[in-house]
Write a protein that binds this ligand. Sequence first.
Ligand code: 5GP
Length: 144
Amino acid sequence: MEPSIFSKIITGSIPASFIARRDLWVAFLDINPRAEGHTLVVPVEQKQRIRDLSTESQRSLIEGVSEVSSKLCSHFNIEDCSIVVHDGPAAGQEIPHVHIHIIPRSKGDGGKSLLAMFPDVPNPGVIEPNFSELAELAKTLYLD
Ligand code: 5GP
């Protein structure tokens, strides 16, 4: 497998501004930040989607997200972050190596929420939730 841009960053052949290096994940600043401090948390294991990662990498990655978001919040004196994953190309992923965006957020920063990703779907409150359809789908999706 060709090393991804992020694998090249991890091995040092492409430079990056790291804020953490651990055995199973690293964190470095995004070169096109949506807000100051926008960080990518990236597993050392090169896989395109979260479900392809080993359980050990998955667990460690979520610890990384927690550690990095805590650091960003204390550094920027804020409470909140958007934590975003584009888990495959149809979901907007550009680099085929799992990465979790952590973007510091504050009130009135102009950033949007999940609703903005689907502008053609009616907003909550505009139409009644279809409870029976949701219940049917949940039955077919249920993980035993
Ligand atoms: P995606 O759209 O795949 O979820 O996000 C890819 C992110 O990687 C983008 O926000 C982009 O700015 C960032 N990125 C792409 N190439 C590089 C790079 O060489 N270095 C760093 N630090 N970030 C990169």
